[in-house]
Design a protein around this ligand. Structure first.
Ligand code: C2E
Ligand code: MG
Ligand code: MG
Length: 427
């Protein structure tokens, strides 16, 4: 049994309408029929999922050949209503009787194998193996947990300071989600954001984070601290939701936070994948007064020229480059070039993952205006974060260094003495 799932079909359906989607599915079916013998069966299970049943195979290698044929045939462009569309397919394979003795199990295991390929590369095929089931079960359990976690509000938002290297002030906080799992303790986003994206749960979770971050930022203002911005990460799926702008407006209104204090972080991939509608959405957000940052800049494939077409305010240079900036010439050159170009384009530059005072000095001399990283503070709870905030009526900082150091409680977590001294000097 071959389980075939089309890559990127949803996008066509969403953007071109269902009747175009239907035409496309008919064309897919025709091409699939062209890949097999008359005696084989091609079926559409639903949505963009098809199956093929191959009978009486002399050798399992032949299955791979059919899978390759299927993938190649679906890779060719589809012309519908005068427009070309590019799809692709992920194919999972289960073989009777080893991978299942009845139809239901065979289809399910082929589906599991399909999922393996989808998860890693798309546009390829994969034979089912036993340990996939174990992984599939673990994933299902995690998904179930995640659903319960969202319903039960098991998530919290931590905040990491971002510092203006010239004024020495904390100018914004990045909101980073954590999962307070009842049995497994605190879980970091790299353990669950991917799954939340695959299952669509990121939309709900992301909305929750946005609301919490806006409320918290407003609460700091209400408590008499000088206002800072909050930066919220948006995932691809959220960006593709038709009601993103309304959702964001609602979060601002219900928290009573002025839009100038909200910054949204998107990756290059999100913007390039949705190039057509990205500009429209970003223009609307910009009109509301919200700032847009490109996160992890330098790791994607975009050029600044492409991004220049979009209303972007800020580039966050990926940690990977900052890591090597002191001892890897290439990294230093890349950062220098990004800073120089970014500044020419009037963008604010933020270096991510700054851990050493020497990195800070170098970045400052290159003209990078903002830094974020363990040197200043790792992400911490909202309560702890208030140590980075300035009360609105603070006496003059220069003259009151002693008073200031008394006001700064000993930071918890990973902020070492050395870093603390530098951070205080900057503050
Ligand atoms: P990101 O947006 O690039 O966030 C920065 C990550 O770098 C954070 O990891 C932060 O803890 C880490 N970091 C900051 N400074 C340093 C440093 O000096 N050294 C090192 N080694 N690491 C540093 P975290 O919190 O684990 O988040 C990982 C990623 O998860 C984020 O990367 C972001 O892509 C995603 N994420 C987190 N919260 C959300 C959310 O609410 N929504 C969405 N869609 N994604 C989120
Ligand atoms: Mg980020
Ligand atoms: Mg980042």
């Amino acid at each position: 049994v071959l389980f075939i799932d089309l890559d990127d079909f949803k996008k066509v359906n969403d953007t071109m309408g269902h009747s175009t989607g239907d035409d496309l599915l008919r064309e897919v079916a025709a091409r699939l029929r062209g890949c097999v013998r008359k005696s084989d069966t091609v079926a559409r299970l639903g949505g963009d999922e098809f199956t093929i049943v191959l009978l009486d195979l002399k050798a399992p290698e032949l299955i791979a050949r059919v899978a390759e044929k299927v993938i190649a045939s679906l890779q060719k462009p589809f012309t519908v209503e005068g427009r070309d569309f590019y799809l692709g397919a992920s194919v999972g394979i289960a073989i009777y009787p080893d991978d299942g003795e009845d139809a239901e199990l065979l289809v399910r295991n082929a589906d599991t194998a399909m999922y393996e390929i989808k998860k890693t590369s798309k546009n390829g095929y994969c034979f089912y193996t036993g340990d996939m089931s174990a992984r599939a079960i673990a994933r299902m359990e995690l998904e179930d947990d995640l659903r319960k976690g969202i319903a039960g509000e098991q998530f919290e938002v931590h905040y990491q300071p971002c510092v203006d290297v010239y004024s020495g002030r904390v100018v914004s906080a990045e909101a980073l989600v954590r999962w307070r799992h009842p049995e497994r303790g605190l879980i970091m986003p790299d353990q669950f954001i991917g799954l939340a994206e695959e299952t669509g749960l990121i939309v709900e979770l992301g909305q929750w984070v946005l609301n919490a971050a806006c409320r918290q930022t407003r609460a700091w203002q209400n408590a008499g601290y000088e206002p800072i911005s909050v930066a919220v990460n948006l995932s691809m799926l959220q960006f593709e939701q038709g009601d993103l702008v309304e959702m964001i407006m609602e979060a601002l209104v219900s928290s009573n936070l002025h839009s100038r204090w909200l910054e949204l972080e998107l990756t290059e991939g999100v913007l390039l994948k949705n190039a057509d509608n990205a500009k429209e959405v970003l223009d609307q957000l910009r009109m509301l007064g919200i700032r847009i940052a490109i996160d992890d800049f330098g790791t994607g494939y975009s050029s600044l020229i492409q991004l220049k077409q979009l209303p972007i305010d800020c580039l966050k240079i990926d940690r990977e480059f900052i890591d090597g900036i002191l001892d890897d010439n290439d990294d230093a050159t890349v950062v220098e070039a990004i800073v120089a170009l970014g500044r020419k384009l009037n963008l604010t530059l933020v270096a991510e993952g700054v851990e050493e005072p020497e990195q800070l000095e170098l970045l400052r001399s290159l003209g990078c205006q903002r830094c974020q990283g363990y040197l200043f503070g790792s992400p911490c709870s909202a309560e702890h974060f208030s140590r980075f905030l300035t009360p609105s009526h603070l006496p003059d900082l220069e003259e009151n260094e002693e008073a200031l150091s008394e006001q700064l409680p000993s930071p918890a977590g990973t902020l070492g003495d050395h870093a603390l001294i530098t951070a205080r000097r900057i503050l």
